[in-house]
Write a protein that binds this ligand. Structure first.
Ligand code: ATP
Length: 298
């Protein structure tokens, strides 16, 4: 394995009984990058992440995390990874501070306590409070501090910002960027496109247990997809427009106002429109969110 690869899966398969949750997932995450793992509910994000840490045994395929097969040596992988599960089960009998001290002791007191306090403060988390009295969002913050406090070389988080208010979400994303700046690789799942877009260099989209795309979020958004609204002075034969390559008519009003989607070159459309008297022409690009939704739906 190339030593600049932090996570690699090849043909990763997972069955739960007869149900095939992963159908051969291929994934490459480079060291030092922030990789967003995006997909709708039930797509297989949590299952993939659990296989990376061997919290569940995979049914087939190859997995390498920091050069180690987690099935051969799960402890070695888990010791080098900061992992935050999607569903946290924290010991309710402890305070947040007690829990963080406990985790730090388990890791050989690698974390600097002033850094732990700084993370908690930035998240407005009162670590003196018992876990059982914390709201869902505050428990989530304990999980985030626990994951990042020892500055692991690989951060794996399953929906880290779920249930947090927007300002705290932004702070968490900043923390992930900072971990990256210090040399960490960050792999996090989400179903919120905007947060993935804001920090990830690459995103992998999983749907139905299959990777449908791995791309730079900027190139996904810049795909040659346009929408255009055209107003004609006289009614036109809309079928002439719909015959153009890549054009789909979304709606029209008596051949006078046409709303269409265009994939590919815009020039043939402009040339066709030039044959008519046009009183209005506006184009727009679909948002990245719509591009992702199209992946989810198709
Ligand atoms: P979400 O965003 O809702 O957390 P996800 O992308 O993380 O979804 P997974 O939790 O990995 O999805 O689930 C993938 C599929 O596997 C789903 O159809 C789910 O119902 C199924 N699944 C997950 N865990 C189990 C299990 N323990 N037993 C049986 N099926 C399971």
């Amino acid at each position: 394995m190339a030593n600049n690869v932090a996570i690699r899966t090849q043909g990763l398969v997972k069955f739960y009984g007869d149900f095939k949750a992963l159908h051969g997932v291929d994934l490459d995450v480079q060291q030092g990058e922030i990789f967003g793992f995006l997909g709708p509910n039930g797509a297989g994000k949590t299952t993939t992440i659990r296989c990376l840490l061997d919290l569940i045994h995979r049914s087939g395929g190859e997995v390498s995390v920091l050069g180690i097969d987690p099935q051969d040596d799960p402890e070695a992988v888990q010791a080098r990874v900061g992992y935050m599960p999607g569903e946290l089960h924290l010991d309710e009998s402890l305070t947040a501070e007690g829990l963080l001290r406990y985790f730090n002791a388990l890791r050989g007191k690698r974390a600097d306590w002033s850094y732990i306090s700084e993370l908690a403060e930035r998240l407005s988390l009162d670590i003196k409070r018992p876990i059982r009295n914390l709201s869902h969002g505050n428990k989530q913050k304990v999980g985030i501090v626990q994951t990042l406090m020892h500055k692991p070389e690989l951060v794996i988080m399953d929906e880290p910002t779920q249930g947090l208010d927007p300002l705290v979400q932004q702070e968490v994303l900043r923390m992930l960027k900072e971990q990256q700046a210090e040399g960490a690789t960050v792999f996090f799942s989400s179903h919120i496109m905007s947060e993935v877009e804001s920090i990830a260099e690459r995103v992998g989209i999983i749907r139905g247990g299959r990777m449908v795309e791995v791309a730079d979020p900027r190139t996904l958004g810049a795909r040659g997809l346009h929408r255009a609204r055209v107003r004609f002075i006289d009614s036109v034969d809309v079928s002439k427009l719909s015959r153009l390559k890549g054009v789909e008519i979304l709606s029209q009003d008596n051949g006078q106002e046409v709303y269409l989607e265009l994939e590919g070159e815009i020039d043939p459309l402009i040339k066709e429109l030039a044959k008519y008297k046009v009183s209005g022409f506006e184009t727009e690009r679909p948002s990245l969110e719509e591009v992702f939704l199209a992946y989810y739906e198709n």
